[in-house]
Design a protein around this ligand. Structure first.
Ligand SMILES: [Zn+2]
Length: 409
């Protein structure tokens, strides 16, 4: 790799020092502050750090942290990989990730949906992976149709190879201006945000996984990759048993996306797949915390689509603790609780906690789901018999549980 210019070298080094100081003073893992310091000193730092690397950008409403991790794991087969493993998914986090692995020839960056156009322009990434778009953080997130429109503008006229989920009409529309697209039938569990054609506003007709606009020519492209239960089907029709450790249908979809991205990097399935199987948990998701013989498995769900994915993973034989907060990173508007169908929880012992436990309690009551209300997570856990319990929590609730019960990764 070519040397960075002196100013960029200095900015990168000072950014890393700030990150170290931030960690030493207990102010977090430092990945954001370090990047911010670097960008202050050298606004063009991200472009310079990205130069000469082969980069993949990963964006979606749900699953981007996990898919970033899976792709990173696969590409390690080819060499060193720089990545923002802890979800710092805006440019400061990208600067930090690339600074920490200056010699890495590969980079896999999780990118916030809003920032994708800017980061693509800046880094000139060769590969972009797009998975799903649905409502999220209702009080501050941009309208998702506008996001998809921005993706279209950003991808138009660039040589970027896009790997996109053709089961999501909005993602399909967002990706379809790209010069080269590999379509993956990645599934779409949450359909409530895509009943209308993004091209003309007409109704979308659906039949099984297929969809098409009734009023214009917009329709589901033919996928090159697909998921069939626990089997990935590659573009040559060859079938690969996934057998990954991450649980649930959403993660099997993420794995197929990762295999398609790996192939875009020239890495064949037989070398990528064993790497995907090594991933057991991602930033604390699916890990188990333990207290007094109670083993609580942590599932993160930040929005309605995420809750459906968590329900798919949760064991119907086990009691379940639900924790909902409404701090900045969660979004303060929790009206989306009303969009989730909680009836699947009927018949299980359900425990409700978190700052917005009363909101959630009312929602469950309306859905005829019996529950116990708990003031704290500790109290909810203490009410369990010894053994396993599942926990679904939104962002800050999840982080609180992790920090209180140990950051097992
Ligand atoms: Zn249409």
């Amino acid at each position: 790799m070519t040397q960075l210019p002196l100013r960029a070298q200095l900015a990168s080094a000072l950014g890393r020092s700030a990150a170290t100081l931030s960690r030493m003073t207990g102010r977090g893992d430092g990945s954001v502050i370090g990047g911010r310091v670097g960008l202050l000193l050298e606004p063009d730092l991200l472009r310079k750090l990205a130069r000469d690397r082969k980069l993949a950008l990963v964006s979606a409403t749900n699953g981007k942290t996990t898919t970033t991790r899976l792709i990173t794991s696969a590409l390690l087969e080819l060499g060193e990989v720089a990545t923002n493993a802890f979800g710092a998914n805006m440019p400061a986090g990208h600067v930090s990730a690339l600074s920490q692995h200056k010699g890495a020839p590969y980079g896999v960056l999780e990118v916030d949906e809003k920032y994708l156009p800017e980061v693509l322009d800046t880094t000139g990434a060769g590969v972009v992976c797009l998975m799903n778009l649905s409502r999220d953080q209702m009080d501050r997130a941009g309208e998702i149709w506008l996001l998809a429109q921005k993706w279209r503008r950003a991808l138009s006229g660039k040589p970027t190879h896009v790997i996109a989920n053709c089961d999501d009409p909005l993602v399909t529309w967002g990706a379809s201006t790209a010069a080269k697209v590999t379509w993956v039938a990645g599934g779409q569990r949450w359909k409530e945000d895509s009943w209308c054609c993004p091209e003309c506003g007409g109704p979308l007709d659906r039949k099984d996984a297929d969809w098409a606009c009734r009023e214009c020519t917009f329709h589901r492209p033919e996928p090159q990759w697909a998921l069939d239960d626990d089997v990935a089907v590659d573009p040559r029709g060859q079938r690969w048993l996934l057998d990954i450790q991450l649980p649930g249908l959403a993660n099997r979809s993420n794995a197929v996306m990762a295999l398609a991205v790996a192939e875009a990097f020239g890495l064949p399935v037989d070398r990528a797949l064993p790497r995907l199987r090594e991933v057991r948990s991602v930033a604390g998701r699916y890990t188990t915390v333990e207290r007094d013989g109670r083993n609580a498995r942590l599932l993160l769900a930040k929005n309605p689509a995420g809750w459906l994915e968590a329900f798919d993973v949760a064991d119907p034989q086990l009691p379940i603790i639900l924790s909902v907060n409404a701090q900045g990173p969660d979004g303060r508007d929790t009206s989306w609780l009303w969009d989730v169908d909680y009836r699947i929880l009927r018949g299980r012992p359900v425990f409700v906690t978190g700052e917005r436990r009363l909101d959630l309690a009312l929602r469950l009551d309306v859905a005829d789901v019996p529950f116990a209300l708990c003031n704290t997570f500790s109290e909810a856990l203490a009410m369990q018999p010894p053994g396993r319990v599942d926990v679904i929590a939104n962002y800050t609730a999840f982080q609180q549980i992790r920090s209180e019960f140990g950051r097992a990764v």
